[in-house]
Design a protein around this ligand. Sequence first.
Ligand SMILES: Nc1ncnc2c1ncn2[C@@H]1O[C@H](COP(=O)(O)OP(=O)(O)OP(=O)(O)O)[C@@H](O)[C@H]1O
Ligand SMILES: [Mg+2]
Length: 367
Amino acid sequence: MSFIGKTGRLIGLTALRQLVSDSMAIDMGSASTLIAVRGRGVVVDEPSVVAVNKVNGEVIAVGIEAHKMQGREARDVTVIAPLVDGVVADFERTKTMLDHFVRKARSGLSHFSRRAIMSVISEVTQVEQRALLAAAEEARITRVYMIEEGQGAAIGAGVPVHDEHAAAVVDIGAGTTNVAAIISGSIIASRAERIGSSDIDLAIMDRLRRHRGLTIGVQTAERLKLELSSAIEPEEPNKKINVRGRDVQTGSPGAVDITAAEVYTITLPIIRRIAEEVRSMLTELAPEVAGDIYERGLILTGGGALLEGLPQYLQRELDLVVRVADDPRFAIVRGLAQLYEEPLLLRRVSRTEAHPLMDTEATAFET
Ligand SMILES: Nc1ncnc2c1ncn2[C@@H]1O[C@H](COP(=O)(O)OP(=O)(O)OP(=O)(O)O)[C@@H](O)[C@H]1O
Ligand SMILES: [Mg+2]
């Protein structure tokens, strides 16, 4: 008999219920991990990074704590992102990270979770999917439903699940752009490309190193993007920020001024590539579907959708009405959580057959 079965006999079902936390929705992205718990909303919103002791390999901090060390690590410490471009790049650290966040999401006495809905990018491979399932098992989740990002994003952005007309959603994350056409909660077509908002950060770093002789850290580059970057001609092209880093030639600390106009020229090629991806996906759609989307336009989700001027840029380039979902960073996790209210749809669209990961007696008290 399993641990849960034995414990159930000893302490009774009511007490046992307290050991098991409720259903979770997990959106583990390359930049941040979000967890919502049914009835409690979003309870975890932390950077997807871990700090590791280089000498013995031990994980010393996860999430916000590890992020604080990033770029300013002590000699023996390295901060790594276990997920790259939306998929598992470092399996062991992904397991440790998910376990840590899931523990945080559980309340009080609970040690197990009945079930979790996790998002995956649309072109996830079997190997990548198995890595996520194994990580969920390590975090003591009994059942996992894997849902494509596009479905979660559409529901979270308010597209009705019983809609007979098609809708198109573009999720721009840190490492990936996921484009999906949806009808009645199901995917008609979808595509994931490994380009996202953090490519703007990398382009800024590259440009400053090569043209201005200054090496800057990832966090400085992201801050510069948040403050100055725009997908349309900046209103104040001469607005500038003094950025600090290390002089390429001398290796000493240094600083340069960078203007909004310069950041705009760095941003544009990345945004153009994203627009091309969206356009090319849209051209593959059947005429009726294309007609619905022409009428209704595109919905943007993900943190990348918050870039200044992006909806206007895409609207102009694609000749479609573009709107940004409310709180776009949370759209996917919100949509995943809403799927608990649609059990038939959840079963129909899950990529995994309600994958039982542990002893299924824990599901005896599913409501
Ligand atoms: N106001 C903003 N303006 C521009 N970019 C922003 C803004 N807010 C967040 N971002 C960017 O959005 C990205 C994070 O988005 P999100 O949380 O959706 O990514 P993710 O889900 O972790 O990544 P992925 O889905 O690619 O794995 C970061 O690159 C961040 O810099
Ligand atoms: Mg994401």
